[in-house]
Design a binder for this molecule. Structure first.
Ligand code: NAD
Length: 333
């Protein structure tokens, strides 16, 4: 059935992909964000430039829609979220509290909230060889300062709105989403994009800087799997927070090697232990996801990282920053 959907954060990475997914499914889509998408035109039927920290803007954005996908947040990679606790916590709680109430006031049928693996306690993530995190592990709470605490509290707000019959809410905890059309420089980029950029910009045999000692581990989720997972979770009857991630653990050092193979370059790594590395290890337990959806993300890391690397490389080439590729990219453009 054709629905009317609002996607917030539609100028950002996952929001832009979500708009494209919903349009391809035949729905009518309104996008809202502080900024338009950076790398290509939005596919939304309507796109509104709005600051969703403001109540009246949330009321306007949620008018006449059946579903809300709330993907707007002040966020970035580990360097950014460890540096700006006050701004991130304030901006995001204003967005989330106002969006929930506005969706309720406007009679929205279903509301999706994008939470994060950053809600999981630090004390469960002190080893690189970490046990995968299951949903119940979030408590007793000791999440990431600022960003993680806000996400955990916003999850609670979704729960309260659901329990009191104000709004049907769905919540997913994303685990490191990556893919083309995401930020790859400027300070907000995450490890897969940062590593791809660094490798694309050096020659075969050169050295790149890697944050931490490289032994910190993560699991990574391709953006096409993320938006499909959002759709499946949104239309399931499961009302509690659920992981949306993969359970293939890889160290950051091995991720660098994987991207170097894609780029066909030999890369030397200079580890900088003074740079933030976040928790030591983090993996997703997908037991609940499999049980609820009979589905989990499918894209192999090699395949997803190839798409990501090639896109970042082509962007840099187009900007004339990879001299040996610049001419060819110019002809294609
Ligand atoms: P992103 O930064 O690319 O997109 C977020 C968008 O929100 C941006 O375009 C930004 O301009 C917009 N925004 C920020 N403040 C706003 C405001 N006041 N009003 C309107 N728009 C505003 O990030 P993303 O990776 O696409 O993340 C989407 C959602 O997924 C966020 O809630 C994020 O916390 C969550 N998440 C992402 C990851 C990941 O790995 N990418 C992991 C866990 C959770």
């Amino acid at each position: 059935m054709r629905k009317r959907a609002l996607v917030t954060g539609a100028g950002g990475f996952i929001g832009h992909h979500m708009v494209k997914y919903l349009k391809a499914e035949g729905h009518w889509v309104r996008g809202a964000d502080l900024k338009p998408p950076e790398y290509e035109e939005t596919a939304a039927d309507e796109f509104e430039l709005l600051d969703l920290r403001r109540w009246e803007n949330c009321v306007g954005a949620t008018r006449d829609v059946d579903e809300v996908y709330n993907l707007a947040a002040d966020m970035g990679g580990i360097g950014y979220i460890t540096a700006y606790h006050a701004d991130i916590a304030r901006n995001n709680i204003l967005i989330n509290a106002h969006m929930l109430e506005a969706a309720h006031v406007n009679g929205v049928e279903r509301y999706f909230f994008s939470s994060s693996a950053c809600v999981y306690p630090q004390y469960r993530q002190r080893s690189a060889d970490v046990a995968p995190l299951a949903e119940d592990d979030a408590y007793p709470a000791e999440p990431e300062e600022g960003y993680g605490w806000e996400k955990l509290y916003a999850e609670k707000l979704c729960q309260y709105y659901g329990e009191e019959g104000k709004l049907e809410t769905r919540v997913a905890r994303f685990h490191n989403i990556y893919g083309p059309l995401g930020t790859y420089e400027g300070g907000r980029e995450k490890a897969p994009a940062a590593i791809s950029r660094k490798i694309a910009l050096v020659q075969d045999g050169d050295e790149i800087e890697v944050w931490g000692d490289g032994q910190q581990t993560r699991s990574f989720t391709y953006v096409a799997d993320c938006v499909e997972g959002i759709d499946r979770i949104m239309h399931s009857e499961y009302r509690h927070p659920i992981n949306l991630g993969t359970d293939r653990l890889i160290s950051v050092s091995d991720l660098v090697d994987l991207v170097a193979r894609i780029a066909n370059k030999t890369i030397r790594k200079r580890f900088d232990a003074t740079k933030p590395q976040g928790v030591r290890g983090r993996n997703s337990d997908n037991g609940k996801l499999r049980e609820v959806l009979a589905w989990e993300p499918q894209t192999p890391l090699e395949e997803g990282m190839r798409e990501t690397y090639l896109w970042i490389e082509s962007e840099l080439a187009r900007a004339g920053r990879i001299p040996e590729l610049a001419a060819g990219a110019g002809q294609q453009a």
